[in-house]
Structures are given as C-alpha cells and as structure tokens.
Design a binder for this molecule. Structure first.
Ligand SMILES: [Zn+2]
Ligand SMILES: [Zn+2]
Length: 317
C-alpha cells in the first residue's frame, strides 16, 4: 500500500515578480485559490505540505532589502508596479490560516523571495540568505522547516538545504508536465508512483508525480468536452495506483492555479475521490515531512542504505 502527498507552492505575487509580464489571472487568483484550497482540505480532511514564500510572513518592508544579497533590481516590483499591492507581497493572515486549520498541514518553505536556486547566477551566498531568512521567520512563528520546495522546481544548492537542517525537497517529476505528460501517462500507461530517495546530502527527495494544472488553455476546453476533465482522470488513476502499490503518488499545484470555479471543482473531484479511497482501503495521505521521516527510518541515515541515489525514479508497472 502506498500513500498520497499533496504539495502546494504558496507564493501570491512572488511566483511572478521577476517576469516581464506576469499572467494577471494567476496573480490575482493567489488569495482566492489559497482560501479555496484551505476550505477544500478542511472539508475532506486532507493534510497538505504548504511551502510558503517567507516574505509573505512579513507585516511590511522597505521594498529594498539592502542586506539581502539578491541581484540588482530583484525587489524592483515592490517599489514600482506593486508598491500599492501589499495584497500580493504580504499575507500573514493567510499563513496564520494554515497554522490554525483543524487539518494537520505541514508548514514548509518555498524560499524567501522566490530565487531560482538552479540558475548559475544564484551563488551559494544568495541561496544561504534565502534559507536563513526563511528559517528566521519560521522561528518567529514557532515553526520548523522540514521540507523545501524549489521555486519553479529549479533544484540547486542542495548542500545549503542540508546545512540549514532541511530534511526533504520535492524533486522533478519523472514524467513531463502538461500535454506531453498526459500522453506519457495515458497512452504509454506509465506509472505515476514515485519512490522517495535519500540523496548524497542526506536529504529525502520526494519527487513530484503530477502537476495538476499542466493541461490548460484551449486543449483543456476541447478535452473536457470529450473525456470530462483529463486531469481528474489522471489524478484518480494515480490514487488508485497508490492503493495498489508501494510508493508515493505526489500531486502538486499552486493555490493561484485555482483561478475560477471550475478549477475549484477539479480539486473537489480529486480530494473527494482521495477521501473515498482512503476510507475504503489502507491508503494514507502524508505530508512531505511524513515521507521523509519514514524514509530515513527505513533507509537509515548513515549513508550506506541501498535506497541512496540522487536520481528520482519512477516505478514501472
Ligand atoms: Zn519586500
Ligand atoms: Zn513558486
């Protein structure tokens, strides 16, 4: 019997602040999607790993962050276009709502200001500063950070995560996101179950299985009229695979992917199916930290276990 993990990249404006033209529907959906997901998780009692951009936990800032070793202009949008958009830059209220939820969500980190860790221009000093500031804020909020989700899944500076005591990260999915992933999964009948592995830094890589909003735009509209929502079909299949096999089915999304009612309905369909299968079987829902804990217990943390590998693997059916 496997388990299901849901991880969320909670970022509001920070997911887009470095883009020339941020997608306005997504930017404006950050708050509504966050609240909608909290409500759906509560309704179906499904815990998720909420990876929060640390800056959101501030009450305010000077828009400069002179002591942060980010490249010139990194915080420019805070001083320019978004100077009066505090709703995109801060949300202690929404972070509090995660912590106050009756559901046992995991509080995790999505960096401090959404720096891309895998880019060559992101040096060790900047990566360390992003971790350090996030951990300081977490501590002020009496939280620990056991899991880290890399902005845009751009994995890098894993040694820095280990140095700061983070235990797990979300690795890349072995299948492609979007239309190509759909093709891989349905037509080649490839398993979506992933196997958590301890990497050479002692971190547990909990690879993604499926990005729940990777199939959008006109393709979605056409497909939906034919097959119902293809992402719901895939997610249900992944859940069934977790019931049938060991390993993890790991779904992920951003709260801002819930731009309107039909996106909420997609999530409702997935979570209600998950809840149903969990009640009928031994299937469990875990957070990334849960997975990391039991992976370390099974593999040992002395670096000699057979499961140690830096590559994510998908188990073939
Ligand atoms: Zn700021
Ligand atoms: Zn992000």
């Amino acid at each position: 019997m496997g388990s299901v993990v849901i991880s969320l990249d909670a970022e509001l404006g920070w997911g887009f602040h470095d883009l020339d033209s941020p997608p306005s529907a997504r930017v404006e959906a950050g708050r509504r999607g966050w609240v909608a997901l909290l409500e759906l998780c509560a309704e179906y009692d499904v815990p998720a790993t909420w990876a929060v951009v640390g800056h959101l936990m501030l009450e305010g800032c000077d828009g400069r962050h002179a002591d942060h070793p980010a490249p010139e202009g990194w915080f420019a949008r805070e001083r320019g276009e978004w100077a009066d958009r505090e709703d995109l830059r801060f949300c202690p209220d929404l972070v509090r709502a995660i912590l106050d939820s009756d559901v046992d969500h995991e509080f995790a980190s999505h960096s401090y200001s959404h720096v891309l860790f895998g880019r060559p221009e992101t040096d060790r000093e900047l990566a360390a500063a992003e971790l350090e500031r996030s951990l300081e804020l977490a501590e002020e909020w009496n939280q620990t950070v056991d899991s880290f989700i890399y902005p845009r899944n751009d994995v890098g500076h894993r040694d820095v995560l280990a140095e700061y005591g983070v235990g797990a990260y979300r690795g890349r999915s072995p299948t492609h996101d979007g239309v190509r992933g759909l093709f891989d999964s349905t037509l080649r009948d490839r398993s979506m179950i992933v196997e958590p592995l301890v990497d050479e830094y002692g971190l547990v890589n909990v690879p993604a299985s499926l990005f729940l909003f990777g199939f959008e735009g006109p393709a979605r509209t056409v497909a939906e009229s034919v097959w119902s929502d293809p992402m719901v079909v895939l997610a249900r299949r992944g859940i069934d695979e977790a019931v049938a096999a060991d390993g993890v089915f790991h779904m992920w999304l951003h709260p801002n992917n819930l731009t309107r009612g039909r996106d909420d309905e997609r999530m409702r369909a997935i979570l209600s199916y998950l809840d149903e299968r969990r009640s009928e079987t031994e299937l469990t829902v875990e957070t990334m930290a849960d997975v990391a804990r039991r992976t370390n217990t099974v593999d040992g943390i002395d670096g000699t276990a057979s499961g140690i590998d830096s590559r994510a693997t998908a188990r073939q059916p």
